[in-house]
Design a protein around this ligand. Structure first.
Ligand code: SAH
Ligand code: SF4
Length: 340
């Protein structure tokens, strides 16, 4: 049975047309789900009993199961169970500008970055659009507040699940639905080059973040297996195309690993690589895990790296540390649960 949450409004309209129903009924159902947050078809009072029954026989409208929740002052971390028993994570972050949610895109990840917990456990399967939509619905129901932005930076490589991610974006961006503005949606990729071109050609004003983490191929090959398939020059070429085409500024994520990629030489090389590009660098303090040998750079080193980039004319920020104490980095909660 299809989940109703996999359907964009236009898909729902097509479905209603296919069963000889009026198109506006689709709009009503969409509003029940996303505006009124009523998920039982039998409670959708402006839908006829007959149609309610038909919908209930055709679509699954169940949410996810909340398996675990960890909270701290600025973050809530959620472990959700999918209908087939697989586990995924999502994180709520409270910023001064609003609430954002980091969603997972796959169960596990096949990219195998050496520093990442999600990549340590191989991909089991892609998430369907509705499973990503429901991460947001679950969190909003839990906190009884509306979130204002979404980042696809949880478990998984979104550009290894491209169609479902784009469908997810269209569903949450729809004004008749959750209505998250495109400019408040960011997709983070490890650098799947062909999909960067596809993303550039989508007719939508969402954001792109690239996980770079190293300024040259020798180092990046060691950290990120994907660099052997799509080396830095190809990634940069794709980013330039994206920026040219969309006129949007790209976020470059750069994780700081002590004595690995946090040296002054790396900062200089990075500045050179990004010179004159419409990007800004977000330095990410590494969240240490018990399984992986990397250490986080100490604060002095982070500040030095930051200053070096600044001096060389690069726009740079340091990501605030969220929830290091509650396993908030990519995939840690799932990994610890799966391995129990
Ligand atoms: N697969 C995509 C999106 C999910 S990972 C990507 O790689 O971009 C989201 C971000 O979390 C990436 O920048 C990733 O490098 C980073 N990350 C992974 N493990 C981390 C850790 N232990 N501490 C801090 N950031 C981490
Ligand atoms: Fe996958 Fe991203 Fe983790 Fe790399 S950093 S293993 S691409 S989730």
């Amino acid at each position: 049975m299809d989940s109703i949450f996999d359907y964009k409004l236009s898909d729902m309209q097509n479905y209603f047309a296919s069963i000889g129903e009026k198109k506006y009924k689709a709009r009503q159902v969409f509003e029940w789900l996303y505006k009124k947050r009523v998920f039982e078809f039998s409670n959708m009072s402006n839908i006829s009993k007959e149609l309610q029954a038909k919908l209930a026989n055709t679509f699954d409208s169940s949410l996810l199961i909340l398996r675990k929740k960890q909270t701290s002052a600025l973050t809530n971390k959620y472990l959700f169970e999918l209908s087939d028993g697989n586990l995924i994570e999502a994180v709520l972050m409270r910023h001064d500008y609003g609430l954002s949610v980091c969603v997972s895109s796959q169960v596990g990840c096949n990219m195998g970055c050496s520093f990442c917990e999600s990549g340590r456990l191989k991909k089991v399967r892609d998430l369907k659009s509705g499973e990503i939509v429901r991460q947001i619905l679950m969190i909003e129901a839990d906190i009884k507040e509306r979130i204002s932005s979404v980042v696809v930076m949880g478990i998984g490589e979104p550009f290894d699940n491209y169609d479902n991610i784009m469908n997810f974006i269209r569903i949450i961006n729809d004004n008749l639905g959750i209505a998250i503005g495109a400019r408040h949606i960011t997709v983070s990729t490890s650098g799947v080059v062909p999909r960067i071109y596809d993303y550039a050609n989508e007719d939508i004003q969402t954001n792109l973040a690239l996980s770079l983490h190293a300024p040259n191929n020798i180092l990046r090959n060691k950290l990120m297996k994907i660099n052997r398939a799509y080396p830095i020059d190809e990634v940069m070429k794709a980013l330039k195309f994206y920026i040219e085409k969309t006129n949007r500024r790209v976020t470059i994520e750069y994780l700081l690993l002590a004595d690995v990629n946090d040296t002054t030489d790396c900062a200089k090389e990075l500045a050179h690589l990004l010179k004159n590009m419409n990007v800004y660098v977000n330095l990410i303090p590494y969240n240490e895990t018990s399984h992986i040998e990397y250490k986080k750079s100490d604060n002095n080193q982070v500040m030095k790296f930051y200053d070096n980039l600044k001096k060389l004319g690069i726009n740079v920020t340091i990501r605030r540390e969220f929830g290091g104490n509650i396993d908030a980095a990519c995939g840690q909660l799932r990994a610890s649960e799966v391995e129990k």
